[in-house]
Design a protein around this ligand. Structure first.
Ligand SMILES: [Fe+2]
Length: 213
């Protein structure tokens, strides 16, 4: 459920005011598409010309996927004003706006790589009804706290977003745990990423169980 929540931003508009200053879900890459969006293609071309791989790379089985997305308007980092949280650069290009490189590896991690810092999320199930999510903010090795960045600016957006997502997942878990719960269909458009994750999960479980016979 933590990953299902992560793989869609259907819920973002109503729940993530801090994140929406910089992040905008790109439905073209939420699933497996993207080549039909001219603005996205132009963004990828610009980043790749600067030496930054950007187009979707996906495991044939769907377990991992990596793609670069542009951020909202002129934002270059996940901060309240969209400006960098760290004065030093994480990458070695002169391109100021490289968006966010997203890397998912099911079922345990998702990551965002920005121009000034990176975010790593680990998902560790502790039991059927409890999951530990650990977030790490990675800054350039020579960045000095207090000089090149301050923790509040760096962490504010995702501390808030994580807490909002925690509440959403906990409430959804309560809902699906009800004896009267009946699953509904996913939206092929807005929840395409969830469909892709669930397909991978079901196929992986089916194969593992078959191998145990
Ligand atoms: Fe969320």
């Amino acid at each position: 459920m933590v990953f299902e929540n992560n793989r869609e931003c259907y819920h973002c508009d109503g729940n993530h005011p801090e994140l929406l200053n910089s992040f905008v879900e790109n439905l073209s890459v939420a699933g497996v598409g993207g080549d039909d969006d001219p603005e996205l293609v132009a963004f990828w071309d610009r980043c790749e010309a600067a030496g930054l791989p950007s187009r979707l790379v996906m495991d044939p089985n769907g377990q991992y996927r990596m793609t670069r997305i542009p951020l909202f308007r002129n934002a270059v980092s996940y901060t309240m004003n969209g400006k960098p949280a760290v004065k030093r650069r994480l990458d070695s290009t002169d391109e100021e706006n490289i968006g966010a490189l997203l890397y998912f590896n099911y079922p345990s991690t998702w990551n965002h790589f920005l121009g000034d810092h990176a975010l790593s999320f680990r998902v560790l199930p502790l039991g059927a009804g409890e999951t530990l999510v650990t977030t790490k903010w990675l800054v350039p090795a020579d960045a000095v706290e207090g000089e090149d960045y301050d923790l509040e600016t760096l962490t504010k957006v995702w501390l808030a977003t994580n807490d909002q997502d925690r509440q959403l997942v906990e409430e959804t878990f309560r809902g699906v745990s009800s004896p009267s719960y009946v699953p509904g269909p996913f939206s092929d458009l807005a929840e395409n990423g969830v469909c892709q994750f669930v397909d991978w999960y079901c196929e992986t479980m089916r194969q593992k169980l078959q191998n145990q016979k």
